[in-house]
Ligand binder design. Sequence first.
Ligand code: GTR
Length: 436
Amino acid sequence: MSRPSLLQHPARFTCACLLLILTTASSVSGQAKFVANYDESKIPEYQLPNVLIDQQGHPIQTLKQWNQQRSDLLNIFAEQVYGKAPEACEISSKLISSSNDAVKGKAVRREVDVTFGGKVGSVTMRLLIYTPKNSVLSPAFLGLNFQGNHSVDPDPSISLNQNWMRNRQGITENNLADESSRGVAASRWPVEMIIDHGFSLVTIYYGDIDPDFDDEFENGIHGALKDEAKGIPAGEKWGSIAGWAYGLSRALDYLEKDSMVDGSRVAVFGHSRLGKTSLWAGASDERFKMVISNNSGCGGAALSRRAIGETVGRINTSFPHWFNDNYLKYNENENACPVDQHQLLALIAPRALYVASATADRWADPKGEFMSSVEADAVYRLLGTDGFGGTKAPEGMPEANQAINVGTIGYHLRDGKHDVTSYDWKQYLTFAKRNL
Ligand code: GTR
């Protein structure tokens, strides 16, 4: 994706300057200052596309009709939202380290480099894999992490990631991690609890696949597969979320061949922007047996048309590299988008889906996350699963910390802020025990 800068266009530059002078409520970039709406009564009027009405307006009643709808919707999401990725490419792998006495002697810990790319270049992502000792082909959680594999556990033998990293106050400076960031994200990755439940954990630093900044897609996987992506129309080219999802699929290619992990029982997990990524990975790659969205919000599980908290316009402004260029058309214009996020969730059916929200995470619109999960229920039932469980989808939103965790779709609203906690993981483990 290439967005010419204002300085390359003198006419646009002049207009932007004028706008800057004329707009009182403006930020330094010339954008009108964004004020999030949190008032339900101020939600713009909208019509949600019915997930069981096809593109020609016909109702969907059979599996065959759904299969067509699924492929149409997947195509629309790729064209209009996340962008189209090149075909899957070959991978190669190399064992970097192995320890037989990780997690108090309960687990085997390995680091495996998986390399893939195209004609122009390649990327290497390092998988940190914990497997319960003595297990044969265990089911696994696969999730990208924000701050490097070494942030997941303080164990000094995990290699320190030296790729570009977003700065975080008090943790990462100069876009580079150092020794002090070991274990900083450990509360989000309860490795021992996961191992005790008989699951493997596989995690990868997301910046190994694509650095999280807008460089017009020169670096990371976009640069490496530039040639392969040549034929994709400009507006439809893949954004970073699609790039990270592509990396998750390549990780799954590897896990399918791994001797300790069962590649047919992998749950893809992600928080926040990486929750958006796990949803797109799960929608676009049906090999993922289960999909978990933790506080994914706008462009993830939340309905865009509600425009509560973060909106399409706001996300495209703050993170212009996450989605494709076509998605810009829906800035402050969500109703015009042919799809909304409940249809993304429906693309995961009939595989297990868990959506989690948090009470203080209003930016991610917990209610919108719940509503889209409820909308997806109809597709789960059409495909012969029990959806949320019981005879029909829940009507009202559950109270905080009252997980709905009995069916093929799970949901909870946790008390607290935008984060991943052991409460969240307890629900995922219960859900995975039944569904993996
Ligand atoms: C925020 C962004 C959210 C969410 C979050 C994160 O700044 O507005 O959509 O993705 O970042 O990933 O931490």
